[in-house]
Design a protein around this ligand. Sequence first.
Ligand code: UDX
Length: 437
Amino acid sequence: MKITVAGAGYVGLVTCACLAELGHYVTCIDIQKEKIEMLQNGRSPIYEPGLEPLLQKHLQNGTLQFTTDSHQAYSNPEIIYIAVGTPEKEDGTVDLKYIHVITHTIAHYIKNDVLICTKSTVPVGTNDLIKEIIYSRIPSNIKAEVVATPEFLREGSAVFDFFHGDRIVIGTDNPEAASIMEQIYLPLKIPIITTDIRSAEMIKYASNAFLATKISFINEIANICEKVGANIEEVAYGIGQDKRIGPNFLKAGIGFGGSCFPKDTKALVQLAGDVEHSFELLESVIKVNNHQQSLPILKAKQKIGSLHNKKVALLGLSFKPDTDDVRESASIKIAKELIQEGAIVRAYDPIAIPNAKKVLGDTIEYAYDIRFALHEAELAIIATDWEHIKHVPLDIFHTFMEDPIIIDGRNCYPLREIQKYPVTYMSIGRANVHKSG
Ligand code: UDX
């Protein structure tokens, strides 16, 4: 099929590369000229495992193209995916300005019957709004249908998730549109759930809210474990064996970040508020997460007092491993708090330093090697559980730091291993290890 994907962000790029891999002819459009030029040259503007080779493959065989030209992109595709950003406004509501612009642009340029599929995460009711705009602007001889197709791609494994997701959700009340969408996704052999538009929109928010709730729940249990002498990893394993609970998303740490959970949880609280429902459970999830992100600073101050002029190695900048995304990263928040406290920060990340620099500038120093970050530091804070960080030889802490104090916000090291080294080690929901000898 001839498909256009509007928006070359995480969702748009993964969608266009994977649809080309499924054998479709795909055009990806974005208004950012530089980004499109990079993509035309086979380079991905984001770090996402497996994405760049797929983009290059389909650029070369001619099934994928990139453009900034609306006429070329919208005049005759059979399907248009909307994958533009829906950022958060200051009051926590969703900013739909890009959705509005793209919808008007599509309405202006389409010349043939088309299926418009919304991948962007949008509040319940937005697809009805898109429909209204499209219907009120296109000539009566053109048939257009709007379908909600929320995405469940995790950054860092988005290409894998596209081909191996748990389900595909299609929201439409038009059987013909549902059938076309099912044909697109049939080769993936992933269960397809077809439902009405508003339920599809809600499935996305409810999924992310539930996962965020699991994380804040386990983090609260971890905080209690610390006080009663239990070990969160044993506890999470024990409860996760109950099939009704499941073992995933029970990893305690310094909370959730990224472009989805923080934004989507706030948006759902707002959405509930709009219909006069106070979503107190989700409000608490957000509150717990904010507290969790400041735990490393609280623990550091409890241990060493003032952080003024203290040399701190911050390990990990991205919001999670395998991505260069620093949006709502706990690590960025920690870096800012450290600066405020007057600490001298040197941060390591294998991939995310360029993005972190855009936010933190030269308020901190950057290290492309863990050893350099640790060199002469008085405190090390682990903020992201990168494999590079999890698998460092543990003797590097006392080799490069004088009297190592480690605050591990992601429980990277087994306690029985770290106990073998002359370090003070504090993690989340587990006993502290006090330096021996
Ligand atoms: C999420 C959803 O998983 C995905 O389905 C959706 O479409 C987009 O948002 P993503 O933001 O890429 O994906 O990351 P995810 O792997 O879900 O992790 C989010 C955050 O939660 C990260 O900061 C991660 O470190 C944290 N997390 C995750 C935990 O703290 N504990 C866990 O057990 C799992």
